[in-house]
Ligand binder design. Structure first.
Ligand code: GAL
Length: 991
């Protein structure tokens, strides 16, 4: 076959020569040979490099070697190009179906010995599980074919080209091709053979494909089997040994459905699998069957007759060193972690994962929305003109993708919904995909968020809908228009089950208000929950010029166009560390809920179908965070959907300390994903006796003052604090700034509490305009009285007439040093504030402050709209561990509602601060770190933060919420911090 490099690279059809129809990724006893391992490799800058290398006798001695599977841009230390990150943008001109001549092209070669005995095989098939983006294949110099569809499997019949003994396989991979227009997902562009390559012997009379559909209805299983095989394969036998089933079918026509009594259903909570085999005389295929029936009834999505609520994650295949190369151990650990954080569902955004991932999902238990490898988001820029989704030229490519998706993974009980892809506009090719799925798999519904009007999909799906909009979707009879829908289309959408395929954008510190979405799910049964965007950051491990390792994001590899750190938006950091946002998520979605009612607690089981027999319940009582009593709580088994009223244990109430009762639901035995004792759900009850807040003795007799002064542990010079308990301290100074979070920098459309003049401008930008990051101070007065010092200052920024008056009053009260700070904004402030705090700087000196112990909310950072994971208790941490290392440095570390805080140095307390509530009972929070908010705001990566010789303590009367405006709604009005007067009262003593 003559080669036509440029034309086949821009061919919108899906390649030539791959086997059709696609088939399941089966576990078979037919012989196979992995061709993973070291291949010879050469990279050319264009697609038209000579095809000399395909010849059998070609000398590849001068080539590099490369591991397969891998991405060449992650191999060879930059010698083979660099990764590119874009979200929506195409990193090449929008000129479909063409791509530039500058098209990195990787040539791969390797030898293999055809195993002895394979000559008996009827056919030899070569399977590629993933190659980005287009490849061409030769075996022993014969051109076999080409294929596109990066995250899809492609098989080729190479029978007539292989020979006994030594063989040579050559593969040419183009980074860019027509297919790249269909693979514009928000992720790194990572070319190469990145999944397995396998040579498979196909026996005569083998099982080509099998589909075991196992339904469940009221204790009965219904098995329907489809066998694809030659007539010579029959008789074919299905065995389900545990159920005593053995069915022998003499011909394809005999294969019939049958029922089995006494089966246990499969669910994400109780992933009951039965081993099964399907055999002919020459081949046995092994499967694990889960009995479950998926159905839509009215506006409900049901599995086994019960409504499903998705507590899901969007999961990309991302690894800091391997990229999208699958690592089973890492994937299993990742899925086990999801289970530990109460995640029950996965959307495989935005392509089929490695097939083994679905085996793990079947086994560990997840509801899976399996998404096709399709996204054409870059056409948005052109108003979707030229979008392949509505162009007949691309129809076959679309159909090929969905067929490969469904056929490969159809046997998995975990897969409950098929998704056509993501952000590909709309059009007839998507409708054709949906029609194909409906014809092939009548059971599972079809999802595609871009079908806004609901023309060809079965569930209504939105991304980043606000809480208000989500509520309107859930409400019957609401006339509120739905996004991108006419009233009639909106009415149609309201007849379907609704899910949020993406919500709660987890970029950086956040998201806030997760609990608001969760509340809706339990109020409106049409709402079936959703999938957080997204599970993990996609950082790529690399090193700064000085050798410091860090996780790279867009722009770090010198890309021409890129989308910065928008790829760092997971609940897990790149190094697998769960963010506080993930802890919050776990608490918000916990499947068991506790409602305290008088001397009882009502325990509700919100699971799909599992009862609580796998849990035990324990309680403990703490006085000011110190354990005083604990025990087990007797709760009888609660069925899914039921609740049980249980008397509370008797709680010893302390007269002079806070009394808290904590209840935990924990695993009663080890599971595949967590050990016995793992906490599934928690609740706390405040049983404290009321206590009076100490009233400060009023100070009079003020006289103007200067010079030095000592009050308790504080020393002052000219009205300024210089030392506390003998250590140098500067402050307190008003701090209104926080290093903007990604959400603070966000300009996402919907501002829940909008002021038209600032819509479309980020809060961070408004803070910079107002100069909150560069406040200056003018002292108005310093006065003293016996045992007291008072200063009044005006704080404002360059070229701004807005100001804040800060009155600082130091006094001795009950023999202790008390600091009272009154913070009063001038008229005219219009934006929200990030925080209202006072900052103390503590230079290192002989005993640097390197830790904290506190009684308040912990252990993780918390913010006003993210408090559900926080519990009241006594905690300690190093200064370092108080901060989260977000990929782009930003506000972190705030601990809310602190009652008592000790700053420590090498484990010893050096300063003790007790907070007093304000007149509305509010307590401040604190952050303690090695950098000021201003320092943090300057750094793009953690390694750019300068070495520090000072610890900074900020005591915050209030913080602004987090929201998820990086891509979604702003902070809910209730948690937005408006400029307001605040009082902070602290009692300070030596450690
Ligand atoms: C969505 C998209 C995701 C991701 C997210 C923002 O629009 O489907 O792939 O880009 O926005 O992080």
């Amino acid at each position: 076959m003559p080669s036509e490099p440029s034309s086949y690279v821009s061919d919108p059809t899906p390649g030539r020569g791959a086997l059709r129809p696609a088939r399941s990724w089966l576990h078979s006893d037919a012989p196979s040979l992995s061709l993973n391992g070291s291949w010879r490799f050469r990279l050319a800058p264009t697609a038209s490099a000579p095809e000399d290398f395909t010849a059998d006798a070609f000398d590849d001695g001068g080539w590099d070697s490369i591991p397969v599977p891998s991405h060449w841009v992650l191999q060879g230390d930059g010698e083979h190009g660099r990764p590119i990150y874009t979200n929506v943008q195409f990193p090449f001109p929008i000129d479909p179906p063409h791509v530039p001549d500058e098209n990195p092209t990787g040539d791969y070669r390797r030898h293999f010995d055809l195993p002895a005995g394979w000559s008996e095989a009827e056919r030899v098939v070569l399977r590629f599980d993933g190659v980005e983006s287009l490849f061409k294949l030769w075996v022993n110099g014969d051109e076999i074919g080409s294929a596109a569809g990066s995250r899809l499997a492609h098989e080729f019949d190479v029978t007539s080209s292989v020979r006994p003994g030594d063989n040579v396989v050559a593969v040419r991979v183009h980074q860019w091709s027509a297919a790249s227009y269909l693979e514009d997902q928000d992720q790194w562009w990572l070319p190469g053979i990145f999944r397995d390559v396998t040579l498979i012997a196909r026996p005569a009379g083998g099982i080509e494909d099998v589909w075991v559909r196992a339904g469940f209805d009221d204790g009965r299983g219904r098995v329907e089997v489809e066998v694809t095989a030659d007539a010579t394969a029959f008789p074919v036998t299905l065995r389900l040994p545990e159920l005593g089933v053995e069915r022998v079918w003499s011909t394809a026509a005999d294969v019939a459905a049958f029922d089995i009594d006494g089966v246990e259903p499969w669910s994400a909570e109780q992933p009951r699998l039965y081993d099964a085999t399907v055999s002919s005389a020459t081949e046995t295929v092994s499967l694990r069957v889960g009995f479950r029936t998926v159905e839509i009834r009215g506006d409900r999505f049901l599995v086994n007759g019960r409504r499903v609520v998705f507590h899901g994650m969007n999961r990309h295949e991302a690894h800091p060193e391997r990229g999208r190369v699958f690592d089973e151990e890492h994937a299993r650990a990742d899925l086990a972690r999801m289970k530990r954080f109460n995640v029950n569902a996965i959307r495989t955004s935005h392509y089929p994962p490695h097939p083994r991932l679905l085996d793990l999902a079947d086994e560990l238990g997840f509801w899976v929305v399996l998404e096709c490898d399709l996204e054409t988001h870059g056409f948005d820029k052109l108003g979707w003109v030229g979008n392949p989704s509505d162009d007949p030229v691309w129809r076959e490519a679309y159909l090929d993708r969905i067929r490969r998706t469904v056929e490969r993974d159809k046997n998995h009980p975990s897969v409950v919904i098929w998704s056509l892809g993501n952000e590909a506009g709309t059009g007839s090719n998507l409708a054709a995909m949906s029609a194909w799925v409906h014809a092939r798999d009548a059971e599972r519904p079809v999802h595609y968020e871009g079908d806004h009007a609901g023309e060809y999909t079965d569930v209504y799906s939105r991304m980043y809908a606000s809480v208000l909009e989500t509520e309107q979707i859930g409400t019957d009879g609401s006339r509120a228009p739905l996004m991108n829908c006419t009233p009639a289309q909106g009415a149609r959408q309201r007849t379907k089950p609704f899910l949020l395929c993406e919500y709660a954008h987890a970029m950086g510190n956040g998201p806030g208000a997760l609990d608001r979405y969760e509340d809706l799910v339990h109020r409106y049964p049409r709402l079936h929950g959703g999938f957080v965007w997204e599970w993990r950051d996609h950082g790529i491990l690399t090193t700064a010029p000085d050798g410091t390792p860090y996780y790279a994001y867009g722009g770090d590899f010198g890309e021409v166009v890129h989308d910065g750190n928008f790829v760092m938006d997971g609940l897990l950091l790149s190094n697998d560390v769960p963010t506080p946002g993930l802890h919050e998520y776990k608490a918000v979605v916990q499947p068991v809920r506790f409602a305290f009612d008088g001397d009882d607690v009502v325990v509700t089981n919100l699971r799909h179908s599992a009862d609580t027999s796998d849990l035990r319940f324990r309680w403990r009582v703490e006085h000011d965070g110190t354990l005083v009593d604990s025990g087990d709580m007797k709760v009888s088994v609660v069925a899914a959907g039921d609740c049980e009223r249980v008397p509370l244990p008797s709680v010893p109430v302390a007269p002079d300390a806070e009394t808290w009762l904590t209840i935990d639901a924990v695993l009663a035995a080890d599971t595949a994903w967590a050990g016995e004792g793992h906490v599934v759900a928690t609740a706390q009850l405040d049983r404290s006796a009321p206590r009076a807040v100490p009233v400060a003795r009023p100070v009079t007799d003020w006289t103007p003052s200067g010079g030095t002064l000592t009050l308790g542990v504080a020393e002052f010079v000219d009205g300024s604090l210089v030392r506390l308990a003998g250590r140098a301290v500067a402050g307190p100074r008003l701090e209104l700034f926080r290093a903007p979070t990604d959400n603070d920098e966000g300009t996402s459309g919907e501002v829940e509490d909008s002021d038209a003049s600032i819509a479309g401008v980020s809060n961070a930008e408004l803070w910079r305009r107002d100069g909150l990051d560069r406040l200056t101070t003018r002292r108005l007065s310093v006065e003293r009285a016996p045992d007291a010092l008072r200063t009044v200052s005006k704080v404002s920024a360059a070229h701004s007439a807005l100001s804040v008056t800060v009155e600082t009053l130091w006094s001795l009260q009950d023999g202790e040093l008390e600091l009272r700070v009154e913070i009063q904004p001038s008229a005219g402030w219009r934006t929200v504030w990030p925080r209202i705090g006072i900052r103390f700087d503590l230079p290192d000196g002989a005993a640097p402050v390197d830790g904290a112990e506190w009684f308040g909310l912990g252990p993780h950072e918390s913010y006003p709209d993210s408090l559900r994971a926080a519990r009241t208790g006594r905690f300690s941490s190093t200064v370092r561990d108080l901060s989260v290392e977000y990929a782009r440095p930003q506000e972190t570390g705030h601990r809310s509602q602190v009652r008592e805080l000790a700053l420590t140095s090498a484990g010893s307390k050096v300063l003790r601060i007790v907070t007093l509530p304000d007149t509305r009972g509010r307590r401040p929070g604190f952050t303690l770190g090695r950098h000021t908010p201003q320092d943090i705001a300057q750094a793009r990566h953690p390694f750019e933060l300068p070495e520090s010789t000072t610890s900074h303590l900020i005591v915050d009367a209030a913080q602004h919420g987090l929201g998820s405006r990086a891509c979604g709604p702003d902070v809910w009005p209730e948690f937005a911090l408006r400029p307001e007067s605040r009082t902070i009262r602290l009692r300070i003593t030596a450690g």
